[in-house]
Design a protein around this ligand. Structure first.
Ligand SMILES: [Cu+2]
Length: 486
């Protein structure tokens, strides 16, 4: 396809003059940098107390030795502090917004009342917002980040994203590796221009792939190293990137054990040697560094993967490849140099008693069409987000099946607030991932795929959102409201 025709087809004719040079420069984006593993991994601090404050403020910070970032930080820290709570806890957190633009915090994966959920209509520019809610759900690796309409992407990118770990008795009984043996890892890619980390998405970045970077940060450190001993570690991995999907693996192809995902433990552990993780998703994995790791150093990598082609032929090669989604690179290095190790842990056969709804429990099936529209970009059921419009009405207590149908050429990780869902089926040959045997809140829908999820709407009455967790797609309007009604 010639470029002119291509521009016409995707509907940017009005912006074509600026669009074509951008397109050329984007096709020249370097591949992801190879790691040098010179810097130690940073570990997030934990937010203390039961009445806590998260103060978001701007500052210029150093990233590694070489880069500066005009950042936003929670409580002056990168990575953002980890919130650790127990099931049953009542949480009181005051969010102080000093970043000079509107914001609101969403507790990703927590099921809380609508005014506690960080709906974009609750965003505010000055002052503070008091959150108070009780955690009444399973243990899991949740997280928190801003959720204002149109500017979630830059706020997360500039540093506002942290872990939110919930513990319960079922999980504690398993004696999973903890303390030094439990490592939270948030993986994020950043785009480098000279010595600066920049956020300057072009029109194609916004409307197509999302904003992909060429520098990989783990807990805010460029391709770090971490020393471990020969035994089990629990890695709680969060893809906190705006748009990049990782295909997690070890360079020596060693296997690891997936024990949990977005909303807690899987029914049973699943061994694998690679795992796709899309923006917003979490993987809770166990790695036994005494088993299958013969070298002293091993890289955690993202293995190259294919993105199936969707409807519009040719565009995938043109844009997807140029933006480097799906190429392989290193993420960090583990050095198996410590002598102390967690040797007492034994992997159980069962992890969690779960009771998934079955298809027969569903009262309604909805199709959620993901499209690319002329002059609009990515849409949900043909429309872009409007703050007050109710797009779907759901009866409280009902179980529903939602089928996400990706008619575009770009992957869409779809996130539904206020529920946990089970992935029922995916057409095509990918099947279900190990993480999709558990409770989830975000699911990757590749081009051309139809993915069915089942969920029960037990959250308090009110308005919540569902959206693509590619943050440029979300900011461009790939989001919709659903209301839980009586
Ligand atoms: Cu999307």
């Amino acid at each position: 396809m010639k470029r002119k025709e291509f521009i016409k087809q995707i509907g940017f004719s009005a912006g074509a003059v600026t669009f074509s040079p951008l397109l050329v420069s984007c096709l020249d984006v370097n591949s992801v940098q190879n790691g040098d593993f010179q810097l130690p991994l940073a570990l997030p601090s934990e937010l203390p107390g039961t009445n806590s404050t998260l103060n978001a403020s701007p500052s210029n910070i150093q990233i590694g030795d070489s880069y500066s970032l005009s950042a936003f930080q929670f409580n002056n820290s990168v990575p953002s502090p980890t919130i650790r709570k127990k099931r049953g806890d009542t949480v009181r957190i005051r969010f102080e917004n000093n970043i000079g633009q509107e914001s609101i915090i969403h507790w990703h994966g927590l099921i809380v009342p609508p005014d506690m959920d960080g709906h974009p209509k609750d965003a505010f520019t000055e002052g503070s917002y008091d959150y108070e809610y009780t955690i009444n759900q399973r243990a899991g690796t949740y997280w928190y980040h801003p959720h204002p309409h149109r500017i979630t992407g830059p706020q997360v990118y500039k540093g506002l994203a942290g872990f939110y770990l919930v513990e319960d008795e079922e999980e504690q009984a398993l004696n999973l590796p903890s303390g030094d043996y439990e490592i939270p890892l948030v993986i994020q890619d950043r785009r480098v221009n000279g010595s600066e980390i920049v956020y300057n998405p072009s029109m194609p970045d916004r409307m197509m792939s999302g904003f992909l970077g060429d520098l990989i940060l783990v807990n805010g450190v460029p391709t770090p190293f971490h020393e471990v001993g020969p035994g089990y570690y629990r890695l709680r991995i969060l893809n906190g990137s705006n748009a990049r999907i990782y295909n997690l693996a070890f360079e020596n192809d060693a296997s690891f054990t997936v024990i949990g995902t977005d909303s807690g433990l899987l029914p049973k552990p699943i061994e694998t040697n690679e795992l796709l993780l899309a923006p917003g998703e979490r993987a809770d994995i166990l790695v036994d560094f005494s088993n299958g790791f013969n070298e002293e150093k091993v890289q955690l990598i993202s293995k190259s993967f294919d993105i199936p082609s969707g409807g519009m032929m040719g565009m995938q090669n043109m844009m997807g490849r140029g933006f480097e989604q799906g190429t392989g690179f290193s993420i960090m290095e583990f050095r198996i140099t410590k002598s102390d190790a967690n040797t007492s842990f034994e992997l159980p056969e069962q992890l969690s008693a779960v009771d998934f709804p079955s298809e027969g429990d569903a009262t309604t099936t909805r199709q959620i069409q993901l499209d690319m529209q002329m002059m609009q970009g990515h849409t949900i059921n043909g429309r872009q987000f409007e703050m007050e419009r109710v797009d779907e009405r759901v009866n409280q207590g009902d179980t529903e099946i939602w089928e996400f149908i990706n008619n575009t050429n770009f992957p869409h990780p779809m996130h539904v607030h206020a529920v946990h869902f089970k992935v029922l089926e995916r057409n095509g040959n990918r099947g279900l991932l190990p993480t999709e045997t558990g409770w989830k809140d975000t699911v990757l829908v590749m081009p051309g795929e139809r993915v069915k999820v089942i969920m029960k709407f037990d959250a308090p009455l009110g308005m919540y959102v569902f959206h693509c967790h590619n943050l440029e797609h979300e900011d461009a309007g790939m989001m919709a409201n659903f209301q839980i009604i009586n």
